[in-house]
Design a protein. Structure first.
Length: 380
């Protein structure tokens, strides 16, 4: 570029600045608005959710493996075999999988056995199996079903470590200690998975309500401040929703199909074996060649290990056609929408003791209608 043209260009910039074009960028007047505000378009960056009944592509009902006294993480002897239980995570199995998997794998390693069996191939079983491999064990997973036919495949897949994880009155200092350690380990494990084809992502979650209390499935006693961003109140001029109270928190989402595929592929890549097998009785478990067995069968443990404490809490999800530009999560008292790569997940119900996995059209209709209302009333 000639010296003259260079001069003309910088002169142009200076004259623009003098005319006020850049004056608003002076340090004194620079104000950082809401992080979702686009300064160029003078508009909020809230793409509308395309929600209608004809956009529903599938419905699922999953059974959360809830234990009134919290997940079971302990050693038990079955004849000459050591069984290490790691099941009963309720609505928080995705979130806690690495943390309780770490504790269960430590118990297995302490037996001195190098060949270890893992029963179950949901998110808890796979995480446990990978951690055992990392600790030098030769691992075989035995399971009657794999993704997409496990409870883990029909979860929403968000960071929710205190959701339906224990009955509030049963929280003991010992449980709280285990839970805290599990949360911390898992939280760090998920940060290591960022950037890997978006199997784990962070996004903003807007919770809205017309009363000051926000409905939540999360324990009010179990909390680790500082993991997610502050749960901040958003003033009406900073959001487009027609609700009196709106809160925002940035949270973690797991893109379930690609996540499970990656973890299972890693397990196989590092020499793991998967055997399709159903355990009907404890004799079937006893017949395994491995002397150390980690039990990650989720709700399957109820019949197999006669656990009266374990019960299902069903949850129905409806999937809308994927919409890549819809990049935030919303929760209303009547249902939520969460963007994942395989679709927009609509959900929000929980029925204790329900074993029926048939989707109820009325539940889908309720959530779709509620979210259609939210979108129709959204300020543009
Ligand atoms: C609607 C819904 C939403 C949810 N949302 C979230 C969320 O956002 N965040 C979160 O952290 N958690 C969430 N959860 C909870 C989470 O999905 C569960 O806690 C988790 O999937 C439990 O994982 P798991 O590996 O223990 O069990 P599963 O995924 O059920 O896996 C159990 C494995 O054991 C095998 N098995 C069972 N019995 C036998 C047997 N007798 N013989 C051989 N194999 C057997 C099964 O085939 C399977 O391979 C949600 C759950 C539901 C239903």
């Amino acid at each position: 570029m000639s010296t003259r043209r260079k001069f003309m260009r910088s002169a142009g910039i200076i004259s623009l600045a003098a005319a006020g074009g850049l004056a608003s960028c002076s340090k004194q007047s620079l104000k950082y608005g809401d992080r979702n505000f686009n300064f160029n378009q003078q508009a909020f960056l809230f793409p509308k959710l395309k929600v209608s009944h004809d956009r529903v592509i599938r419905e699922t009902v999953g059974l959360r493996p809830f234990r009134k006294t919290g997940f079971r993480l302990e050693k038990e002897m079955l004849d000459q075999k050591t069984i290490i239980h790691n099941y009963g995570h309720g609505g928080s199995g995705w979130s806690l999988s690495w943390g309780t998997g770490n504790m269960a794998s430590d118990l297995a390693v302490a037996t001195g056995e190098k060949k270890v069996a893992v029963m179950g191939c949901g998110t808890v079983g796979i995480a446990t199996a990978r951690l055992l491999q990392k600790k030098g064990c030769d691992v075989t997973i035995y399971a009657k079903d794999l993704h997409p036919n496990v409870t883990s495949s029909v979860a929403t897949g968000t960071w929710s470590p205190s959701s339906r994880v224990i009955e509030e009155e049963n929280i003991t200092p010992e449980f709280e200690d285990k839970w805290t350690k599990a949360c911390n380990f898992s939280y760090n494990a998920f940060q290591q998975l960022l950037g890997l084809n978006q199997i784990v992502t962070w996004l903003d979650h807007y919770r809205m309500s017309n009363s000051e209390s926000y409905s939540s499935s999360h324990s009010s006693k179990l909390d680790i401040p500082g993991q997610l961003t502050n749960n901040e109140i958003v003033s009406p001029e900073n959001h487009p929703f027609n609700f009196e109270y709106v809160k925002r928190q940035t949270t973690i989402v797991f893109n379930i199909p690609s996540y499970l595929e990656k973890q299972l592929n890693d397990f196989l890549k590092y020499g793991g074996d998967v055997v399709i097998k159903e355990f009907k009785t404890l004799e079937d478990v006893d017949a395994l060649p491995e002397k150390c067995i980690v039990n990650c069968t989720g709700l399957g443990s109820k019949a197999l290990f006669n656990d009266d404490n374990l019960m299902p809490i069903s949850g129905q999800l409806s999937f809308l056609i994927p919409q890549p530009e819809f990049n935030y999560r919303i929760s209303t008292p009547d249902g939520y929408a969460i963007p994942r790569k395989d679709g927009i997940i609509l959900g929000g119900n929980a029925i204790r003791g329900n074993w029926d996995t048939t989707p109820d059209p009325a539940q889908t209709e309720k959530v779709v209608n509620a979210l259609m209302d939210v979108m129709a009333q959204m300020k543009s």
